[in-house]
Structure formats: C-alpha cells, structure tokens
Design a protein around this ligand. Structure first.
Ligand code: GAL
Length: 411
C-alpha cells in the first residue's frame, strides 16, 4: 500500500542553540559544564553560529522544507533588559537564509538554556521569570516575526522540570518536588504570557496570524508487568504527568493558548513499582534485557508503533500536530534509515486515519552536543567531524530525501 503525504507537509530537521552553535558562554549550561571533564563540555559544538549558511545549503540539497532551531536567550539578552541587536540581526540572517532556500523556519524561543543573570536570580523559580521571558519574546517577535510563521515557546517543559528539579541531572541540579511544582507553574505562565505577546505584536504590525505551540516530549509508558496493579498505576501516572499535564493545562476551553502541539518522540519505557515498598508513586524505569528489543546507542527502545499511538492519543485535543522531534542516535546508519521509514509510516497511518499532522522534523540535522551525554551519541542526518568541523551527508539522509522528493511512502 502506498500513502501520499499532503502537499504542504513540512519535511524538516531540528536543532537547538546550545547543542550546535558553540561558545554559548553566557548561559546556565555553560556554567554547569565547568565542573565536568573537558570532553563532556559543549565548547565549539558544531560551530553553527559561523557555519549555518553551509549547513542550510546541505539541508536544501536534501529537499528539506522546514528547519527548527532555537534562539539563544543569553545572546539576545546578555544582561537584564539589555538587548543585543547584533544577535537579533544574526538570527534574522538565519531566517532569511532559510526563506531564500524555500525552507520554513520554525523558531523555538527556549530550548532548556537560560541566561546566567536569570539563573543567578533563581531561574524559572523566580516569580519574575515569566515576565522576563515575555519581554525577551517581545523583542524576538518584533525582530523576526515578519518572516516567521511557526513559533515554539518552550521545549519539553516536563522533561526540563524532571531533569533539572527532580533527578538533578541538569542545571541547577536540584532534587525537590516542591521546587519542581513551582517550576512547572512558572513555565506554564511563561508560555501563556509569550503566546499573548506574540499575538499582540502580529496584530499590531498587521502580519499574517502566526502559529504558536510548545514541543512536548512524549513516551510510551508500559507497565513492566500487566499483572501488577502498581506497575499499571505508575505507568498511567507517568503518561498523565509527563505526556499530558502541560498540554491539558494549556488547552483548557476558553483559555487555550496552543495553536498546534509539537510532539518529540523517541522511545518506549517500562515502568516498575514495588508497591508499598516503594517511596515513589511514579515507580522506576525498568530496562528490559530482551535481545529482540531494538535500542539506540543510548539504550532507548525503538518502538515506531508508539508514535502512531501517541499521535492518536493527542488527537483528542483537536489541534494540528507537528512531530517536532523524532530521531535515533546510532553508529549504524542503516538502522537510522530503517528508523526514519518506520516512524514516517506511523505518521502516514495516523494522517490516513484523519489526524491533522502538519509535519515531521527529524532530530537532528547534524550530530551535536547531547547534553549530559556529550558528543558520543550520533543523531545527525549529517555527520560532523568535531576535529575539523567537516560535514558528511549520511546515506540515511539520502533515504529521507528520497521520501521527501516523492512525497510518498510504501508500507
Ligand atoms: C530531546 C531534546 C533535544 C535532544 C533530543 C535527543 O529531548 O529536546 O535537545 O537532545 O532529545 O535526546
């Protein structure tokens, strides 16, 4: 059977500022990296700040029609209330470069990193943080809005809250449920204010109405054992808290502030709960040691059917859905080709069943800095040699290009 994707389907790839730009010395991640070994620090990353033109040309040759990237807040507002026009001009050049190549820019306003000055004031814990964010968003919208239609305010607010404030793996390394709750509240407020600001600027300027959303990481949470009520409860709670809670809060009737939902999908996770012996109602992740389970190089289970199931589950919000990230880190490029085909098949099925999926963005355009995991995981359609900053288009990218150019997939 063959499926033809809609004509205006967005075929793209995604990145984020700190992971690719290099030398983002003025944010909380850079500061955090000073305590870890040199090779685990972001450093020059992919030197994308200086090489975007070359990489956008490669994206164009691959037939991409969309590109998601993030603005680095700490470059645009290096100190409170001081905006750097040269940084805004730089991002404007990026947007115009994409447009000139027929590539739709999809701009993320916050992808995990925050300026050092804000981190010094408690980051997203500060009651002022939503307002600070809105001011920065206002400036960015005025500078870029004329040429940007799609905005993503926040990347994975639930993951950020979890990694930075519950398990403490990311800056500021906190482990506090109370703080996490406050963070989630402030992130939601920040989104709502930013949404309002973007809309206000577009209305004032008379620009065509933009589409504003968030990128939400979603996982398939499976009880480790179907027979265990506790496992089922914990898996269900994770599904609600990590996948849905944020989106639910932002799509309430009358006060809805999402024009589309971005889904970042990578894996299936098994959840185990030792019942009354466990202190944690959310249980723990249980890695299956089953040799028939396919995994990426970080050990995440590859489960394409999960993408279909999650798109269907999120269709209940009755909003357009963008697959804002989906990808694999692997040293076996044939595995990447297979991954892309299988996940696009899942998307195709969902569209065929009536869900309005508007695009698919592969993570990532090029190998990059994978946060606490450093540079070892290779997610890119384009290989990066970090010693020379050389680029090499992978065969999987060509496979993706073939699907893009034909606009069809067979399954
Ligand atoms: C996402 C995140 C990206 C990237 C990707 C691969 O959660 O938004 O920044 O790191 O995962 O792990």
């Amino acid at each position: 059977m063959e499926f033809t994707f809609p004509k205006d389907f967005l075929w793209g790839a995604a990145t984020s500022s700190h992971q690719v730009e290099g030398n983002n010395t003025n944010n909380d991640w850079w500061q955090w990296e000073q305590r870890i070994p040199l090779e685990m620090r972001s450093g020059l990353a992919c030197d994308e700040w200086n090489r975007f033109e070359e990489d956008f040309k490669l994206a164009q040759t691959l037939g991409l029609t969309a590109y998601r990237f993030s603005l680095e807040w700490s470059r645009i507002e290096p100190s409170p209330g001081q905006f750097d026009n040269s940084a805004l001009d730089h991002y404007r050049d990026m947007v115009l470069s994409l447009r000139s190549k027929g590539i739709e820019p999809i701009v993320t306003l916050n992808h995990f990193t925050i300026p050092l000055w804000l981190a010094g004031q408690g980051g997203w814990l500060s009651d002022k943080s939503p307002e600070f964010f809105a001011q920065y968003v206002h400036k960015a919208t005025e500078a870029l809005g004329n040429d940007v239609h799609y905005w993503i305010t926040l990347n994975e607010p639930a993951v950020y809250t979890y990694k930075s404030y519950i398990v403490g793996q990311w800056p500021p390394g906190e482990k506090s449920a109370i703080k996490a709750f406050k963070i989630a509240q402030n992130l939601a407020k920040a989104h709502v204010l930013a949404y309002g600001k973007i809309k206000e600027v577009y209305t004032q300027k008379g620009w065509k109405k933009p589409m504003v959303g968030i990128a939400q990481q979603v996982l398939i949470f499976e009880p480790s054992s179907d027979r265990s009520l506790w496992d089922r409860i914990s898996a269900g709670l994770r599904d609600w808290m990590i996948n849905h809670l944020f989106v639910q809060a932002l799509t309430r009737r009358k006060t809805g502030t999402l024009d589309f939902i971005g889904l970042n999908y990578y894996m299936r996770q098994y959840v185990r709960n030792r019942g009354f012996l466990s202190a944690n109602i959310f249980g723990e992740e249980h890695v299956l040691e089953n040799p028939s389970v396919r995994k990426n190089s970080l050990g995440w289970e590859i489960f394409p059917q999960g993408l279909h199931a999650l798109i269907k589950a999120f269709s209940k919000y009755k909003l357009p859905i963008l697959i804002s990230e989906n990808g694999i880190c692997t040293n076996d490029d044939a595995q990447r080709s297979e991954f892309i085909v299988e996940h696009l098949t899942a998307v195709a099925l969902a569209i065929k069943e009536g869900v309005p999926v508007i695009g698919y963005l592969y993570w990532s355009l090029l190998d990059n800095y994978e946060w606490a995991d450093g540079f070892a995981p290779r997610f890119g359609l384009i290989e990066v040699d970090y010693k020379t900053q050389g680029r090499k288009v992978r065969d999987s990218a060509k496979k993706f290009e073939g699907i893009i150019r034909s606009g069809r997939i067979r399954f």
